[in-house]
Design a protein around this ligand. Structure first.
Ligand code: C5P
Length: 211
């Protein structure tokens, strides 16, 4: 048949990005981190002086290209928060649907996000739902951001990251338009006790079983 489409959804900082990139390499498929679409719209709005809480990013979303996703300023805390606001806007979401579908239908793909298995590709060949406790995700994000285990303010900084993650998950799960939700036919992988290599090996077994 046609090239496979693999949906990887889950909450913030669950390891979807790392997994999807490695899964795509192993399966020789293109990878699209769909969070970057919302992040790029958010960044372009911020830089244009537009407030995502009160202004629609639809026209920016319609003009977005894959080149915009290569910007290096898409993972800052202000963009984290603004992207989640941008993502509530149904006109923005509609503007980005075609881009995601065209990308993936060309040569197959691994796509990671929040609504890939529920909205973008309800017929994806395989759907994974990657999750972990807020605390485990906060610790990983803390380490990723250069935090160390012996820092005197370690616990406090992890707690701050954890609160921001919980807020973003809540916003993403309760919005009206394409909320974060596990598709009924997705396979849930709890990664609290797994390292990145184990998540990859487990996911590859699941995917290869189903393709
Ligand atoms: O995955 P990442 O944390 O980079 O996504 C940033 C934001 O983009 C999320 O908090 C969410 O609001 C939004 N998003 C979305 N749908 C997707 C991917 C991301 O709404 N498929």
């Amino acid at each position: 048949g046609s090239a496979p489409i693999i949906a990887v959804d889950g909450p913030a900082a669950a390891g979807k990005g790392t997994l999807s990139k490695r899964l795509a390499e192993a399966l020789r498929l293109p990878h699209l981190d769909t969070g970057l679409l919302y992040r790029a719209v958010a960044r372009l709005m911020i830089n244009a002086g537009l407030d995502p809480a009160s202004t629609s990013g639809e026209s920016i979303a319609r003009a977005l290209s894959l080149a915009d996703l290569k910007r290096t300023d898409l993972r800052t805390p202000d963009v984290d928060a603004a992207a989640s606001l941008v993502a509530r806007d149904n006109a923005v979401r509609q503007a980005l649907v075609d881009m995601q579908r065209i990308f993936a239908r060309k040569n197959g793909a691994v796509l990671d996000g929040r609504d890939i298995g529920t909205v973008i590709f309800p017929d994806a060949d395989v759907k994974l739902f990657i999750t972990a406790s807020p605390y485990a995700r906060a610790v990983r994000r803390y380490i990723q951001n250069g935090g160390t285990d012996d820092a005197p303010d370690r616990d406090q900084r992890i707690r701050t990251v954890e609160i921001a993650l919980i807020e973003r998950d809540h916003a993403d799960s309760t919005r009206a338009s394409a909320p974060l939700r596990m598709a009924d036919d997705a396979i849930r992988i709890e990664t609290d006790a797994l390292c990145a290599d184990e998540v990859l090996a487990h996911s590859l077994r699941i995917v290869r079983d189903r393709l």
